[in-house]
Design a protein around this ligand. Structure first.
Ligand SMILES: C[S@@+](CC[C@H](N)C(=O)[O-])C[C@H]1O[C@@H](n2cnc3c(N)ncnc32)[C@H](O)[C@@H]1O
Length: 413
């Protein structure tokens, strides 16, 4: 940090920065000479680097990594040639074990700063899937360039970066991706696989040319034009039908581990009434319903609700096919157990309602440490104790981390 910071009017300036931590969002954080925090993608805590200051605000700045002057011992050579410009993943330059250490540190720091929890009880991040952390994704949304090449978007940009392969994809999808002809006329390609059933879907968005369609068929890729389709996937002993418009965890082994974690914490008993909020196609609902007296399953996406109906046959599942915000009137006012797996924004105002159900345990499944911290704060303020947080590495080589928060109703509530 030897050189002066840039002013908003001046050209981007090159400065030397030493990084002291990893920020939520996956950028390394250091300080400029005047104490302002600077966030830089591709750098690592402990490193010193030359950085171009590209954005300067009152309290923070953002920079571009120019040259690592003193590398971290955890820096590795990213195996993918597209790493860097491609926004598909962010952390291939960090040794996998260290990625998990950093994910835990980010989670702890968010729980402290946004959750107001002094010593958050966060376990080490659990590893799932292949040892090298590649080949796990059962679902990818690619863009297609005007030349028909598949692409991901650059981070924080709409710019397309053409890619001919993605090592994060499950081998079943890598195979189809490699066989894909130029997709003329298309603007998007969605790939999905049931990694245990071997089923695959390749769905194109846009007006795909007849030629591209025929070439793909000749190469063994039966492209589908946007519309309804489905595949099935196994998680443990359960088979799930997943419609093309329904959510499913992108890491099947991770989905299995996550289910085990939720089941082991909630430990449903035969007399229990349970609610599964934001339940998707029923990943947790089905195993819960095999043990509990009744499960209320709340989901707002119509395609997922149809799949859920299919899975609920013969099980004590009451489907509430509406948004969580509207579910209260169709539910009992007291429940024994809750699992909630909201989208990235978290529970928000629903946390108070969930606490009002006075369930003895709440399992909060979260894919965003900041949202988990805010939701934890609200649950704690409304009578719950955070017993343990179990992070799991569902998304290796990215900064994303999934975690299960184990909350118990405090004895005085
Ligand atoms: C992170 S996914 C979890 C799904 C499921 N628990 C699983 O692991 O497969 C969140 C789910 O919540 C649904 N969803 C999002 N916002 C919702 C809302 N306000 N009310 C009800 N469901 C919602 C989405 O359609 C999606 O299926």
């Amino acid at each position: 940090m030897t050189e002066p910071a840039t002013s908003p009017e001046s050209a981007p300036e090159s400065v030397e920065v030493t990084f002291h931590g990893m920020a939520h969002g996956g950028e390394a954080v250091g300080r400029l000479d005047d104490g302002v925090a600077i966030f830089v993608a591709g750098a690592l805590p402990g490193e010193t680097a030359r950085v171009l200051v590209t954005q300067r605000k009152k309290r923070w700045a953002r920079g571009e990594l120019v040259e690592v002057l003193k590398p971290s011992e955890h820096r590795v050579q990213p195996p993918c040639p597209h790493f860097g410009p491609c926004g598909g993943c962010q952390w291939q330059h960090i040794e996998l074990g260290q990625q998990r250490e950093l994910k835990r540190e980010v989670l702890i720091s968010q729980l402290q700063h946004l959750g107001g929890i002094e010593n958050p009880p966060v376990d080490p991040v659990r590893a799932v899937g292949p040892d090298d952390g590649f080949g796990y994704r059962n679902h990818a949304m690619l863009a297609v360039t005007p030349e028909g090449k598949t692409a991901y978007r650059k981070a924080r940009s709409h710019e397309l970066v053409p890619i001919d392969a993605c090592p994060l994809l499950h081998p079943l999808l890598q195979e189809w991706h490699a066989a894909m002809p130029p997709l003329l006329g298309a603007h998007g390609l969605e790939l999905r696989a049931g990694t245990r059933t071997g089923q695959r879907l390749a769905m194109v968005q846009g007006q795909l040319s007849e030629d591209s369609f025929n070439q793909a068929t000749e190469r063994g890729v039966p492209l589908k034009r946007a519309g309804h389709d489905e595949l099935s996937e196994m998680v443990g002993a359960e088979k799930f039908r997943v419609s093309s418009k329904a959510f499913f965890q992108v890491n099947t082994e991770g989905a299995e581990a996550l289910t085990e974690m939720v089941m082991s914490f909630l430990d449903p008993q035969a007399k229990d009434t349970v609610v599964d909020l934001y339940c998707g196609v029923g990943l947790f609902t089905v195993p819960l319903a095999r043990k509990a007296a009744k499960v209320f399953a709340v989901e707002g996406n119509n395609a997922a609700v149809r799949d859920l109906r299919f899975h609920a046959k013969g099980l004590p599942i009451h489907i509430v096919g509406t948004s969580v915000e509207r579910a209260a009137e169709q539910m009992p006012t007291r429940l024994d157990l809750v699992v909630a797996d909201p989208p990235r924004e978290g529970l928000g105002a629903q946390a108070e309602w969930i606490a009002s159900l006075k369930a003895r345990k709440v399992a909060l499944v979260s894919c965003d440490p900041a949202a988990m911290a805010r939701d934890a704060k609200a649950l704690i303020a409304n009578g719950y104790t955070l017993k343990r947080v179990l992070p799991i590495d569902l998304f290796p080589h990215t900064f994303h981390v999934e975690a299960v928060g184990e909350f118990e109703l405090s004895p005085t509530s």
